[in-house]
Ligand binder design. Structure first.
Ligand code: PEP
Ligand code: MN
Length: 338
């Protein structure tokens, strides 16, 4: 349940609305926007006398929230949330954020070189995996802590904030200290222990949609992180599993519109993992922005043919530069900047 206050309510009126809700046995979350203040009931709202609350002075109206996600729900927080990525970059505002970099960190020259190239082209942040969730135990598993150190070096050289995937709860503390944005991969979207621990950190979390997750399951995973106290969740649509085999996954662009309507959290799209084909990245990136995404996360590799992971879907730095040139006029058409 949410209570929407009238414009110009007094502090006493706010206090008495909160008290009436608390008497019904819930904790009250206050969301103060520029134009509206909303009180959200955390917990079972069945004990609240809805009619009595709706008649209180200063209360505009009372709305039921039937969705199981509360903190992630737009009803609690009508304005879109803007999340800082570090070093002045942000996602969710008028400016679109493009995160770019290789699937995996492979060497110092590779990650620093790609970081410099994507920065010159206008990327907002650098991505690169140090811990890789691979289907085969015999495939390259990532450079681990050495990869994190190389990402930090690339950040030092370029100033780009770094985004990298976490796989284990053992690494939460180290990630919080070393990286700017912690990525939860599709395979860990429902690793609830990991989500709970990330809820206690102060770093933004890029939460990828699970391989076969519904929109509601995805938002419930965001809710896990937010329920722990971390409100900085960036949703990432990266394609879902369907019967189609031509593409690696099926990019669900309608999900972007859906989550933008259901939630106030910013949404980015990963066209690389969605399609699995480098030649599709440009058009799908344009489609994603047209669908209302707040940004993109794109795999860029200096030598895709010899990449240790996901070469087929990686574009080159030159392709990335071209992509950004194509996106700028589109952003302007959409009333946004890049
Ligand atoms: C990745 O970003 O490299 C990755 C493994 O993505 P996903 O979790 O979406 O498969
Ligand atoms: Mn990848």
């Amino acid at each position: 349940m949410v209570v929407i206050m009238k414009p110009g309510f007094t502090p006493e009126q706010l206090e008495s609305a909160i008290r009436a809700m608390e008497e019904g046995g819930v904790k009250v979350m206050v969301s103060k926007g520029d134009e509206t203040t909303i009180l959200g009931a955390e917990g079972n709202a069945a004990g609240i006398d809805q009619e009595k609350v709706s008649l209180l002075p200063g209360v505009d109206r009372v709305m039921r929230v039937t969705e199981p996600y509360k903190k992630a729900n737009r009803k609690y927080h009508p304005a879109g949330t803007v999340i800082g990525l570090g070093n002045g970059a942000a996602v969710g505002g008028e400016r679109l954020a493009v995160i770019a970099g290789p699937c995996s960190v492979e060497s110092e020259s590779q990650i620093v070189g790609v970081a410099q190239a994507v920065q010159a082209a206008g990327a907002a942040a650098l991505r690169g995996g140090a811990y890789k969730p691979r289907t085969s135990p015999y495939a390259f598993q990532g450079m681990g802590t050495d990869g994190i150190k190389l990402l930090q070096e690339a950040r030092q050289v370029t100033g780009l904030p770094i985004v990298t995937e976490i796989m284990s709860t053992d690494n939460v503390e180290m990630f919080e200290m070393c990286v700017d944005v912690i990525q939860v991969g599709a395979r860990n979207m429902q690793n609830f222990d990991l989500l709970k621990q990330l809820g206690k950190t102060t770093k933004p979390i890029l939460l990828k949609r699970g391989l076969s997750s519904t929109i509601e399951e995805w938002l419930m995973s965001a809710e896990y992180i937010m329920a722990g106290g971390n409100d900085q969740v960036i949703l990432c649509e990266r394609g879902i599993r369907t019967f189609e085999t031509f593409t690696r996954n099926t990019l669900d662009l309608s999900a972007v519109l859906a989550v933008k309507q259901l939630s106030h959290l910013p949404v980015v799209v990963d066209p690389s993992h969605a399609c699995g084909k480098a030649w599709m990245v440009e058009r799908m990136s344009m489609a994603a922005l047209a669908a209302g995404a707040d940004g993109l996360i794109v795999e860029v590799h200096n030598d895709p043919k010899n990449a240790l992971c996901d070469g087929a879907q990686s574009i080159t730095p030159a392709d990335f530069d071209h992509l950004m040139d194509r996106l700028r006029p589109l952003a302007a058409c959409l009333g946004r900047t890049l």
